[in-house]
Design a binder for this molecule. Sequence first.
Ligand code: NDP
Length: 240
Amino acid sequence: MARLALVTGGTRGIGEAICVALKDAGYKVVANYGGNDEAAQAFTDRTGIPAVKFDVSDFEAVKSGIEKITAEHGPVEVLVNNAGITRDTTIHKMTPEQWQAVIDTNLTSCFNLSRCVIEAMRAKGFGRIVNIGSINGQAGQYGQVNYAAAKSGIHGFTKALAQEGAGKGITVNAIAPGYIATDMVRAVPANVLEKIVARIPVGRLGEAEEIARGVVFLVADDAGFVTGSTLSINGGQHMY
Ligand code: NDP
């Protein structure tokens, strides 16, 4: 039987590409999203993949979301923690709300989701978790102390949880994308984006499908020896 994969923030951008790639690879896929019902409906119409709304930063909402998905589709065997937001500004202008929203949506969400699926994975003796980090969590980025802290946290979270899962058939890995052409990056001012692209060795933005390919590799049944890793998919930018 096809394995069940849940992709948070799966209705747009990188998440959508991950959902489609997993579906094409033979998984049964459920997407989660946060609030944009119109985008979610359009996504389901395009892909035939169901979308479930809950706020990944709210533990109780995640708990009932996972219970609903389990009741309808069975236990989640593959979890992709992809949902994320930015609230960019320099620290002397950043509000506590901008700090907290980014930490909660990008990092606490990984705890919330993993906590709610891990017991079923342990019981089954199989699980795959992929957390979407960022090159900016590895290298830092001007105007992103909140985002860089959250994404950096994801990389530590991944290695710690990988150790806990290793004896139970559960692998936990991260992907650190570079700059990918999605709504998040389109929101960056053109003059800033130009400077960013100039620093990418392959000389272009990445495509969401290029991140999805990495996810399909990491969640495969025969990828059980890959755990606690961070896969850099960034056009070579991590070398500079
Ligand atoms: P988008 O902004 O295109 O999509 C974000 C998705 O996350 C949407 O489906 C959105 O749902 C969902 N989401 C946001 N907040 C919540 C929430 N509280 N609860 C549930 N879902 C939520 O993002 P990208 O595709 O660009 O990014 C995907 C991931 O990749 C993020 O973690 C991002 O940090 C990371 N990343 C992206 C890079 C890039 O260059 N684009 C580079 C490095 C990392 P809704 O539509 O309802 O708002």
